[in-house]
Design a protein around this ligand. Structure first.
Ligand code: PRP
Ligand code: URA
Length: 208
């Protein structure tokens, strides 16, 4: 199992805000940003440190710094954009690439409309971000695309995951690590996560 679920009272608290249909767009965006930062904190626990020598006001010392530019954050448009600020607040020098996908309303299959990733993506750790993992179709298409570009180290950060989506990633790409805030019950007849939080993109951008 390559999945890590944030298990913390503060996360439950923040999810209660996101799940509440009466939460405003502004508040929704703020909380998505906060949870994204906490997911990033967990997802970089294995980051390698480069030795550096610095001088404190008191003494010289050797310590470590993360090569943030070895990371590429890849939001799946649109909803993934809502997580980018939380991540670059924590890792300001991470590169950002974009993949545009939407889920066709009838087939539920992802349709690609945009793809632009940083140079030398094959040498970076790609952190795909999207608040929702439902059928797994969108993230699967993203992973396939990145692997085709030679990316070897891929992590996926999401807020609400359905067991069906986790299963799809783990069976096709067991090497990809999944970090999520919560795993919900499953998908409803319209392939929405239940209880979930609704349409993440619409709630982040106030489009409905
Ligand atoms: C949502 C969500 C994911 C996808 C998840 O995007 O943000 O990208 O659906 O579903 P899946 O796991 O079944 O592929 P949507 O297609 O609604 O587009 P949007 O972000 O533009 O709203
Ligand atoms: N996309 C969303 O935004 N929400 C879901 O529950 C499923 C897909």
């Amino acid at each position: 199992m390559n999945e890590y679920v944030l298990n913390h009272p503060l996360i439950t608290h923040k999810l209660a805000i996101l799940r509440d249909e009466n939460t405003s767009t502004k508040k929704f965006r703020e909380v998505v940003t906060e949870i994204a930062a906490l997911l990033c904190y967990e997802a970089t626990r294995d980051a390698r440190l480069e030795e550096v020598e610095i001088e404190t006001p008191i003494a010289k010392m050797k310590t470590g710094k993360v090569r943030e530019d070895n990371y590429a954050v890849i939001p799946i448009l649109r909803a993934g954009l809502g997580m980018v600020h939380g991540i670059i607040n924590v890792m300001p020098n991470a590169k950002v690439g974009h993949i545009g996908l939407y889920r066709d309303e009838d087939s539920y299959l992802p349709v690609e409309y945009y793809y632009k990733v940083p140079e030398n993506i094959e040498d970076k750790v790609a952190m795909i971000v999207d608040p929702m993992l439902a059928t797994g179709g969108s993230v699967l298409a993203t992973i396939d695309k990145l692997k085709k570009d030679g990316v070897e180290h891929i992590k996926f950060l999401c807020i609400v995951a359905a067991p069906e989506g986790i299963e799809v990633i783990e069976s096709h790409h067991p090497d990809v690590q999944i970090y999520c805030a919560v795993v919900d019950k499953g998908l409803n007849a319209n392939k929405y996560i239940t209880p979930g939080l609704g349409d993440a993109g619409d709630r982040i951008f106030g489009t409905k």
